[in-house]
Structure formats: C-alpha cells, structure tokens
Design a protein around this ligand. Structure first.
Ligand code: UD1
Length: 418
C-alpha cells in the first residue's frame, strides 16, 4: 500500500503556490450544466473529486479537456439525466448535480449519497428546497428520481446554513421562473465564488456572503472563463504545518481575508502572520502556545475543515487547548492516530481536550478521512523520526500534491509505493 513518509523535526523554509479550491470548483463544475456552451476553469486543481465530477459530466454527454491547469467543459449537448451509481459512490458531494440537472433537463436520477467518514450526511435541506421550487422527488431503494415540469421561484428558509444546500438551490433557482430568496443561507467564500461564476454566465444572483441570496431565474446562460481562487483549507493546512514545525514559509496566492478565524488563532499560538497582495507569510520562532477554546462554526467562524490540522499543530503547544466540534458528528477520527504519535488528547462527545506534550514520535498511522489524513502529515512534521501515513487516497481527494508542496516548504516528505 502507498503511504506518505514524513521525516520530522526540520524547521520549514520556502514557498509554495496554493492550488485552486476544491470546494469552489465542485459546485462550479455542476453549474457548467446550466450554460449551453463552453466554460473554462483556470487554476483548476487535479484532484480525485474533480476527476469524479468530470466523469459525471462526461456520463451526461458533456465534453471536457485540459490545457495545463485550465479545464474546459462544453455542455452544449447533453444526452442524459441519470448519474450511474458507481460515479455517485466516487464522490459524496455529487448531490450538488441535482439542482443543476433539474434546471437544465427538468429531471434527474441519482443514488442517495448516504453517510460518509464524518457521520451521517443528510440532504433533507437540499430536497426540501427543491420541492419548494416545484420539483417532484421520489426516494426509492436508495435512488432519487426528480422531475419538474416547471420550477418556480419562491422564498426558501433553511433551518441551518448548509453550504451544499445553499449551492444546490442557487443552481436550481437559476432555472426557475421568477425570484428565489434563500434565507439563512451559508455565507462561505465558496458561495460568493459560485455567485461570481454564475454572473459571468449571465445569471442574476446577488447577496452571496450575506444570509440571504437572491436569484432572478429563467435567463438563458452562456459559457464563460473563470479563475478558481486559492484553497483556504489547503492554506490553513500549510499555516498549521509552519506552526507545528517552526521556520518561515510564504504561501503564494493564499488569501488571508478568507481565513480570519484561523489566522487569529495561529497568532494567539505565537505565529507571526503577514499578508500582502501576493500571498501570506507565516513564521514561528518562539514556542508554540495553547489557545483559548476553538469552536467550529459556519463561516466566518472557525472552519470545521481546519479543526484537525490545527489540533495536530497544537499537540506540542505549551498548555491545554479545548476544541468544540459543532458541524459534524464524527470528526475526531484522527485523534486515536495522533495519540499513537505521542499526542495527549481526550475526547468527550463534541469536545476534545489537547494537553501539550514535549515531543511527538514518528509512527505508522492511517488516514480515515481527508482532513484527518492531512492532520497526521502536519503532526509528522514536528515528530521525531519517521511517520508513515497510510490511506493516502483520502488525502488525494483534496490535495493535488501534498508531499510536493511540503517539500517546496523545506520538509522531508515522500510518497512511497509498495
Ligand atoms: C461543505 C464542504 C465541507 C465542509 C462543510 C462545512 C464541499 C464540497 N464540502 O460540505 O468540506 O466541511 O461544507 O463547512 O463544499 N445538513 C443537514 N441536512 C442537509 C445538509 C446538511 O442536516 O440537507 C447538516 C450536515 O449533516 C452538517 C451540517 O448540516 O452537520 C453542515 O453541512 P453542510 O454545510 O451542508 O456541508 P456540506 O455542504 O456537505
């Protein structure tokens, strides 16, 4: 089995360009279905989830091709509205195709995405909103069959600000007649980027970044060219890497304005962080310190996706840090693996208490999910000796080249294939 081998204990020094954002590009790939034409996505990361989305688009009859890091998608012709089971299983966020397919074809059939490593992953808010827009949805034997003779705009109040539901409903609403208002919408930067993409295609969308997104639907959309912005969670991972190992790094293209909550915590922990137009500089010379309670929350709160990498960085921080995970039920699966490396962490329900230790030691550990796997690599940077991180297919869902990026930052990380 392949693994990432991290030889720790070296201070970081170097710079790397941050890849395009996975969570931006996935809904945008679904959104390409709305335009009858060619869309070009520059700075598109080559990730397993992106490749799975490309396969879904191809299975629907779209043409796709790469030129360097630019992905072109031609959605002029579509031959079907059914996503095969095997492709749905490849990528859990594929439910995002529902809204776009309904808007474009008036029907969609796919299997229910079900649970994932983070616990149950319901899509009731997606389905409830689509029904309000006029979709007729049948759930049978794990398949969803959706039809809509005509989607009509309306007010949809989400009971919680789900990122995926907000995106799905924005896409469906582009194909609905009249005005849709999504209330209590998610405010993540990826929603703002989806709005920017839709506007480039000719859609009338406003309000993204606030808790009310307004879509005036029914306009014919056309292709466009869009540059995918830098991935804020990959940025957070490398910031935490520098916090864990010490040294100085520069993250080119990184955007600090997307990461205020993470930057605030890392400064409290003793890191020096400066931003300029080209990216973010992060350095740590003194000791790393524990921080006040870290509570994950919807944007602009502390991102759940950065909880594990921050925890990995703080394992050797002086003092005790309390984490409270408020978004997903099962998001501490990296904890037992971090403890195998010498971490002192106790979990009680949604709370994890991290007592800083003097040293971590290398060990053979296993990734159980994407960000948990990245956290094991971050911990490996500050551990004495060699850490072998298995289950790298999880990490590759979200990081185009984690070992290469960390090497550019001066770390000793290689992929070993057996
Ligand atoms: C997106 C991100 C993921 C991130 C998460 C929270 C993508 C591809 N993934 O996931 O990396 O961790 O936002 O920032 O962008 N919920 C329901 N019913 C629903 C939908 C969600 O109960 O219909 C619950 C979920 O179980 C979860 C919470 O709402 O507890 C937040 O989920 P949501 O914001 O929808 O996350 P995703 O869009 O799945």
């Amino acid at each position: 089995m392949s693994c990432f081998a991290v030889t720790g204990g070296k201070k970081l020094s170097g710079e790397v360009t941050i890849q395009g954002a996975k969570n931006s590009v996935l809904p945008i790939l679904a959104a390409t279905l709305l335009s009858r034409g060619q869309c070009v996505l520059e700075n598109c990361p080559r990730l397993r989830d992106v490749m799975a989305s490309i396969q879904i688009l191809q299975s629907l009859g779209c043409r796709t091709w790469w030129q360097g890091n630019a992905l072109s998608v031609d959605t002029t012709y579509i031959s079907g509205a059914v996503i095969p089971d095997t492709l749905m299983r490849e990528m859990r966020s594929s439910a995002i195709f529902l809204g776009a397919m309904l808007a474009r074809c008036g029907e969609a059939e796919l299997s229910y995405p079900g649970g994932c490593e983070l616990g149950p992953r319901p899509i009731d808010l997606h389905l409830g909103g689509l029904r309000q827009l006029g979709a007729d949805i049948e759930e049978e034997g794990g398949r969803l069959r959706c039809k809509s003779a005509k989607l009509r705009g309306c007010d949809i109040a989400l009971s919680l600000p789900s990122v995926g539901a907000t995106e799905n409903l924005m896409l469906a609403a582009c194909g609905a007649e009249g005005t849709t208002r999504i209330l209590h919408a998610a405010r993540e930067p990826e929603i703002v980027e989806l709005q920017a993409f839709l506007r480039l295609c000719g859609a009338e969308v406003s309000g993204a970044g606030s808790d009310c997104v307004v879509i005036r639907g029914g306009k014919p959309l056309h292709g466009c060219s869009h540059r995918v912005r830098a991935d804020r969670i990959v940025t957070a991972t490398y910031l935490c890497g520098a916090a864990a190992a010490g040294g100085e790094v520069f993250l080119r293209q990184a955007r600090a304005d997307d990461l205020t909550a993470v930057v605030t915590v890392l400064r409290e922990a003793g890191c020096e962080i400066r931003k300029d137009a080209a990216g973010i500089f992060c350095g740590r010379k003194g000791k790393l310190r524990a921080v006040s309670t870290v509570r994950t929350a919807p944007y602009p709160g502390f991102p759940t996706d950065a909880q594990s990498v921050l925890m990995a960085a703080l394992l050797c921080g002086e003092g005790t840090t309390v984490f409270e995970e408020n978004i997903f039920e099962n998001r501490y699966r990296h904890v037992s693996e971090l403890c195998r490396m010498g971490g002192d962490i106790r979990v009680l329900g949604r709370v994890a208490v991290v007592n800083g230790v003097r040293h971590l030691h290398g060990a053979a550990v296993e990734s159980t999910d994407l960000r948990g796997g990245a956290a094991l690599c971050v911990a490996g940077l500050s551990a004495e000796g060699r850490t072998q991180v298995g289950g790298i297919h999880h990490i590759q869902r979200g990081y185009a080249d984690l070992p290469g990026d960390l090497r550019a930052l001066g770390a000793d990380v290689v992929q070993e294939d057996e």
